[in-house]
Each structure stands twice: as C-alpha cells, then as structure tokens.
Design a protein around this ligand. Sequence first.
Ligand code: SF4
Ligand code: SF4
Length: 432
Amino acid sequence: MIKRPFISLAKPRIEYEALDVTLPEPKMIQTPKKVTLLLNEPFEPFGKKNAVVLKKDDSVKTGQKLSLYDGSDAYVISSVTGTISSISSFLGEFGRSYTAIDIDVAEDEEMDEAFKALSVEPTMDIAKAYLSEIPGNPPISLFSNGSASPSIDSIVICGVDSDLLITANQHTLVSDEKALQKGVSILKQLTGIENIIMAAPEHLMQNAGLSGAQVAVVDAGYPATLPRIMMQNVLGKIVPAGKSCEDMGVCFVSAEAVASLGMAFDQGQIPFSKKFNLIKKDGTSVMISARVGTPIHEIFSACDVTVNEKDRIILGGPMTGSSIYSENHPIQPDTHAVMIQDGKTLPLVSDYPCINCGECVRICPAKIAVNMLVRFLEAGQYEQAAEEYDLYSCVECGLCSFVCVSRMPILHYIKLAKYELGRIITAEATNA
Ligand code: SF4
Ligand code: SF4
C-alpha cells in the first residue's frame, strides 16, 4: 500500500501487507505427477573425480536425502516418492549452475526413515546433514561443529516478510505456534546462543511473545524488514559497507525456517511443503502450500491463472523479485512468492538514459548517490562503482528502480555488479 502525502515534499510511504485478522487457510496444491529438485552443485558427470551416486531410474522415498556425488556436501531432500526420470544441468539467476533432478511421482507414498531415528537427540551435525534444505532454508552452514561460529552471538527470527504483498512469515507466526516454540528451543540448544529475537509487526506481538524468543516490533513501512535496516532500527548496529550482518555477529532466519526445524525434530520427519504467496495479475495475493519441486504451471492451473504472451513471471515480491522464463521452474525451499504481471499493463523497463531527476537519490534509504552509481554500473565499471559510489552500502530494496522515471532496472544492475565482483574475489582467492 502506498501513502502519498497531500501537500509536501516528503517521500511516499509504502507499507507491507498485514496478515488478515481471520487467518487465511493456505490453498493446498495437489502433489503433481512430476517434481524438479534443484541441487546447488553443477552437473559434471564426466568432470568429477568422485563417483556419481544418483542415477536415472533410481527409486526415492519422501524425505530421502539425495546427493549427486560420493562424499559431496550438497544435497536436496526428496519431497515425493517416485523414480528419477532425468538429471541435467540447470542455469539459475546470473547463470549460476545447478543440477535439476526430475522425479516421476509414484501413486503410493513411502516415507524415508533415516532422519527419524537420529531426530531423538538433536545435534548440529544432524541438522547440517539433513535440514539445510527444508522449507524456509535455515542458514545452518553459518553455525559450525555443534556450537555457533564464534562470530555469531545473536539470531533474529523474521516474523515479518521482506517484500510487499507477502505474508508467509506472518502466517507462520500465527498458525505454527507450537512448531515455532520448539524451533526456538532447538536453535538455543544447537547453537548455544541465548540472544534470540523475534522481529514481528505490531499487530502480531502477542503471537511473537509465545515463541520463547525476545520480541522486537518492526515498522510497517517498506523497507523496514530488510536485514540491514533491521540491524540499525532493531539492534542499533550499523553494518559498514562491504560487511555482512554475520560479520557483525547477527544471523537472520525466517520464521518458516525455525518452524520447519521445530517440526522436523518434534515429529521425526523432514518437512517438504513450502508456504508462499501467489500474487495474481490484479494484485491480489493468495497463500499457497505446495510440495518443494512443484512446477509453477501447476500452481497457476490450480488457481485459474492464465499465462499469456508477454506476461511476466517473477520469483519473489514486486520490489525485489526476479523474472523467470519458464512455467516449469520449480518451487524451492526459499521461494516466498510467485508473482505474475499482465503483459498488457506491464511497466516496461526501458533503455532511456538517466535524466538526473534525483528521485532515486531522495528515496534511497542508504543515502547512495544512485544517479552516479548507475552510470558506472551501466558501463560495467563495477570496481569503481564499489570504491567511489557505495555499491556495497546498497540494501537491495529496489526503491530506486520503483521511482525511476526512465524505468532503468537499477536493482538488477546492482545485483549483477555484486555477483560479478563476488566471482572475481572468489577466483582471485582460489588462484592465490
Ligand atoms: S536498491 Fe536502490 S534505493 Fe535501495 S538501497 Fe540500493 S541503491 Fe538505494
Ligand atoms: S530516478 Fe532514474 S532518471 Fe532519475 S536520477 Fe535516478 S536513475 Fe536517473
């Protein structure tokens, strides 16, 4: 929701979606005939020294851990019972390499029992080995060897949602109280961290209080729920450019991830259904629950959404989401929203040049000279953009793209620049 001041030069205030007082039941999507799981590891059947341990025609059970290579740390959890029909390369955002594992779903479901026996005595090793890819994507790798990494001393659980029109974390706060409570106590037990804070909107304070974590209220105005903004407003810490929240000792986890952890250890079963918002062409938002790996066209057909030529499909919310180019793209453990925009009314991204109107500079919460930054990004001069125009102070809120009168895709330039610089730094570290 956008609130514009009547007579003033103040910035427009954009507010997050507040969850209805009457809790909406998620629309349950039927298990599809085929799911696709994305493994965060390139598919290199002939380039790896380690043996391939997952093959076409292998049978898998629901909740089974699937790794591609012998001894590999990367894995996914099967969300269905069935037979692997293909394993192939998959290119994600900015050309990131994944492996797509297609599974034909069997009629009868069988649950894998490997985690059940281990779940009786929760340890960090068990969580790392089985629960990194559960719905909500808990950042378990930030914690190490049975205790939290020495640098992390606080955990902020997001009972708020990071983009507009999304309510999945708020929904978890209201509907999964027991799982959240269990999840908070498991987090304390596994990490040894006592300073666990539940960030929640004001109208859900009572629900947040039941979780067993400390509670902090987060403002309803966008982009107050982005981690770097919460660092400042909730914890009173400013994250310097080039540093991450983790560098400052703080780890952010979604409420859904914590509830998934709680559910896994409470029931001895790895959760496999993802909660997310479907944002339709008319801007209405529906809460959905579907198995991880469900192709997006299944969601559309269950919700009577028709895709026409030139419509845009976006993973994520309206301010920070990214376009995808296939309706076969699967729901992943970190999918918070799927949005479809009508091609007829779509605000087109243009190749008009910057006219130096200054709108982006006025709205930027990080006080970046975006009008200057964008010139370097367009020219591919990423290092200069970082050194001279505060690229790394950007909190990736997308407000600059939203207000840009030339409709420049500024946020996507910024994400690409950070990605490319990250690749250069990794390559230099590897070759050093
Ligand atoms: S996305 Fe744009 S408005 Fe937001 S912090 Fe970055 S530069 Fe500023
Ligand atoms: S809002 Fe767009 S056109 Fe205006 S100064 Fe910023 S980049 Fe340039």
